[in-house]
Design a binder for this molecule. Structure first.
Ligand code: GUN
Ligand code: FE
Length: 432
């Protein structure tokens, strides 16, 4: 392909966060993309590009795409319902029965297609998702993501203990199915990948955890799970693993805590030792404030994680969380951080807008590679925001972005790009 064919130039109001401290903005500037990656951003386009065609988004906002680092695809049908129980009863009474339906491929296809449409709609360009224990539906979810053009890490869930008989596997089947999916999908797509997904410690035998750790090392596959979300859950883990000093130590014992790139959702009640180990092993803590508020689990003290240099990303955690929007997740995170601030006599600083944006874009993106910024070499994952309806005074670019996040919605997202490619609304294979 010639340099002209492989180059795309976008014009618009460019906003991103190279650091958490401030927004970098260029008014009606240019982004040059070569082979799907950012070459540079310019206030004035250099002459060498004079003959290139420009994709003109003048007056619109061009921002990095959103990264959702924790979501449960099979819980999409339950979005916005069944919020009257805390975590363990919520799982037993609502979530496990719903997930058991995913042994039926027609059922799973219907829900998964709707889910991916919603992810696309909300401006999420990369996501890490839990599927269910079912191999075929999990592979179908991977195929649907490949077809969509969005980036996704998809985990077949592992559960062989303390799970209802209708949603439980043998350890052998669980490991065999997981390995089959890894072998089939690890090199199939550059941006849709398998990820090892023990549901959480209570539903996995030590034998299963050991086998999953071995698979993650053998195939260099990432890991995702839940950690220290709820006090009853933590007490249960202590009962099941009395010799472990803290919850995360169980994952660590079986090579599932940072021995390969790892996402741990929630971390509401992580001890000092647990946080030290997460930092040492470069684990990403995924903050899911909407879910924590709905299921009443507790709240990650996000400032403590940031102060300790632990990477923090955002997760929607649907359907514990009730929205797939990472923009709305950002707002919940800022609001919750303000409660910590108020309750600490203003000693614990709340999240700034640029910090929240940085977490949603650049830290979240760091799990997927060079993703989440418009610095040189980053994949061009971007959203084009048409906020003209909201922009009726002389707002600055930062104010326009803030207003879009707080009072805008998916109707203001004009276009989505992943790796420089325009991503159209996913089309259904079935009649929705
Ligand atoms: N812990 C184990 N499974 C789940 C789940 O599906 N959602 C949440 N929020 N926590 C969990
Ligand atoms: Fe979750």
């Amino acid at each position: 392909m010639s340099i002209i064919d492989s180059t795309k130039i976008f014009k618009g109001n460019i906003i991103f966060t190279p650091t958490p401290n401030e927004f970098f903005t260029i008014e009606n500037g240019y982004i040059v993309i070569v082979n799907g990656k950012v070459k540079n951003v310019y206030k004035i386009l250099p002459e060498e590009y004079n003959d290139f065609k420009i994709i003109d988004y003048s007056n619109k906002l061009i921002i990095p795409g959103m990264n959702d680092l924790h979501a449960h695809a099979p819980q999409f049908r339950h979005l916005g319902m069944a919020m009257d129980k805390e975590l363990l009863p919520w799982l037993n009474d609502y979530t496990f029965p719903e997930e058991s339906k995913f042994k039926d491929l027609d059922y799973s296809r219907n829900v998964y297609e709707r889910f991916i449409k919603e992810v696309w709609k909300q401006g999420t360009t990369r996501i890490a998702v839990f599927a269910t224990i079912h191999k075929n539906a999990s592979m179908d979810l991977m195929e649907l993501f490949i077809k969509s053009g969005l980036g996704a890490y998809v985990g077949k869930v592992n559960m062989d203990l303390n799970s209802p008989p209708y949603l439980c596997e043998t350890s052998e089947d669980s490991l065999m199915d997981t390995e089959e999916i890894i072998v089939k999908y690890k090199d199939k797509s550059p941006i849709v990948k398998p990820i090892i997904t023990p549901r959480f410690v209570p539903t996995c035998s030590s034998e299963l955890l050991k086998g999953l750790g071995e698979l993650s090392i053998k195939y260099k596959v990432s890991v995702q799970s839940h950690l220290s979300e709820n006090k009853n859950e933590i007490a249960w883990v202590k009962e099941l693993h009395p010799t472990s000093n803290f919850y995360g130590e169980v994952y660590n014992k079986y090579n599932l805590l940072g021995q390969s790139p790892t996402l741990m959702a929630h971390c509401s009640f992580s001890s000092r030792e647990e946080m030290a180990l997460m930092k040492e092993n470069n684990v990403i803590a995924v903050h899911c404030p909407s879910s924590n508020l709905n299921v009443g689990s507790g709240m990650m003290p996000i400032r403590k994680f940031l102060d300790n240099d632990i990477r923090v990303a955002f997760g929607s955690d649907i359907s514990g969380g009730h929205t797939c929007s990472i923009f709305k997740t950002m707002i919940y995170a800022i609001q919750v951080s303000k409660l910590f601030w108020a309750n600490s006599n203003k000693e614990i600083p709340f999240l700034s807008n640029s910090e929240a944006f940085y977490i949603a874009t650049k830290t979240g993106g760091s799990f997927f590679g060079k993703v989440g910024s418009f610095e040189e070499g980053y994949d061009f994952d971007a959203l084009v925001i048409d906020d003209s309806e909201l922009n009726y005074f002389n707002y600055s670019l930062e104010e326009r972005l803030e207003r879009f996040i707080y009072v805008g919605d998916d109707r203001h997202i004009l276009h989505r790009y992943v790796c420089g490619n325009l991503i159209e609304e996913p089309r259904s294979l079935i009649q929705l």
